[in-house]
Write a protein that binds this ligand. Structure first.
Ligand code: GTP
Length: 258
C-alpha cells in the first residue's frame, strides 16, 4: 500500500538518530533490511491499515499535553489546563513511502483520574514517561509510571522524556539528565530532553519514536504473514502425505484383490 495525501512534514525517509546513543537500548542505525525490502516492494501487508498506540504518562503538569500539542499542531499554550482522564490524537505518516498511523493517548497526571487513565494503557506499542527537567522531584516517579503503563502491553517500546529544557541552565539540565538517564537505563528505555515551548527536539524525538514503532510493526507483520504461509505449507504437506498414504493403501488393496 503506497502512502497518499500525507502532509510533507509527516514524511520519513531516513532513520532518525537517538538523542544520546549511550542512553538508548535501541542500537539499530537504520530500518531493518527486511522492512526496507518490504516497503520498496510494497509488501508490508496490513501495516498501512492498522493503528499503533502510543501512551504518554507522568506526574501532574510535567508537560505531556504541551508535548503532544507542539508535535501535532505546532502550538504552545503557557496556561495550564489539566487533562481530564484522557485525550487522544491521530497522526498519519508516510514512512519509506508506506502509510502509517499512530494514535497518541495523552493521560491525566492527577491522581483522581488515575483509574480512568490506566484503563487506556492496555496494548500500547509505545510508552512515553514524561518528567519535568525543572522539577527534579518528578524523576522519582518515572519508574512507577513505567511499571504501571507497561504492565498490560507486550514488549512496548519505552521512552523517558525530560521536558521544559528552556527553563533550566545547561548545568542543571545535565544534572537532571544524568539522574534520569540512569533510571531510563534501568527500565530499558531510551532517553530524550526537549522543550515544547521552543520546540527543541520535539520533531526529532517524535520521528524517532514513530520510526522505531513502524519498524517493529512491519517486522511483526512479516513474521505473522510468514507464520501463516508456514501453516499453509504445513497443510499442503499433510494433504500430500494423505494422498501418498491413500495411494499406498489403494495399492495394498489392489494387491489384495489380485
Ligand atoms: N517553559 C515551559 N513550560 C512548559 C513546557 N511544557 C509545558 N509547559 C507548561 O507546563 C504547564 C503544564 O503543562 P501540561 O502540558 O498541561 O502538563 P500535563 O503533564 O499535560 O498536565 P496534566 O494534564 O495535569 O497531567 C503548562 O502551563 C505549560 O505551559 C515547556 O517545554 N517549557
Amino acid at each position: 500500500m503506497m502512502a497518499q495525501n500525507v502532509p510533507t512534514n509527516r514524511i520519513i525517509t531516513d532513520f532518525p538518530a537517538p538523542y544520546d546513543a549511550d542512553a538508548s537500548p535501541y542500537k539499530k542505525l537504520n530500518f531493518h533490511p527486511k522492512v526496507k525490502t518490504a516497503c520498496s516492494e510494497n509488501k508490508t501487508g496490513c501495516v498501512g491499515l492498522k493503528i499503533c498506540k502510543a501512551v504518554l504518562v507522568g506526574d501532574v503538569a510535567v508537560g505531556k499535553t504541551s508535548l503532544v500539542n507542539r508535535f501535532c499542531h505546532d502550538v504552545f499554550d503557557r496556561d495550564y489546563k489539566a487533562t481530564i482522564g484522557v485525550d487522544f490524537e491521530i497522526e498519519k505518516f508516510s514512512i519509506l513511502n508506506t502509510p502509517f498511523t499512530l494514535q497518541i493517548w495523552d493521560t491525566a497526571g492527577q491522581e483522581r483520574f488515575k483509574s480512568i487513565a490506566s484503563s487506556y494503557y492496555r496494548g500500547a506499542h509505545v510508552v512515553i514517561v514524561v518528567f519535568d527537567l525543572s522539577e527534579e522531584g518528578t524523576i522519582s516517579s518515572i519508574s512507577r509510571w513505567m511499571e504501571d503503563a507497561t504492565a498490560t502491553s507486550t514488549n512496548p517500546l519505552k521512552f523517558v522524556v525530560g521536558t521544559k529544557k528552556d527553563l533550566v541552565s545547561q548545568a542543571a539540565c545535565r544534572a537532571a539528565e544524568d539522574r534520569a538517564k540512569e533510571v531510563a537505563q534501568s527500565l530499558g528505555a531510551e532517553y530524550w530532553s526537549l522543550s515544547a515551548k521552543t520546540g527543541e527536539n520535539v520533531k526529532s524525538f517524535s520521528f524517532r519514536c514513530v520510526s522505531l514503532t513502524f519498524d517493529a510493526a512491519v517486522l511483526r507483520e512479516l513474521e505473522s504473514s510468514g507464520q501463516a504461509s508456514q501453516k499453509q505449507i504445513g497443510a499442503i504437506k499433510i494433504e500430500k502425505s494423505d494422498n501418498l498414504y491413500d495411494r499406498k493403501r489403494k495399492m495394498k488393496l489392489d494387491c489384495c484383490k489380485t
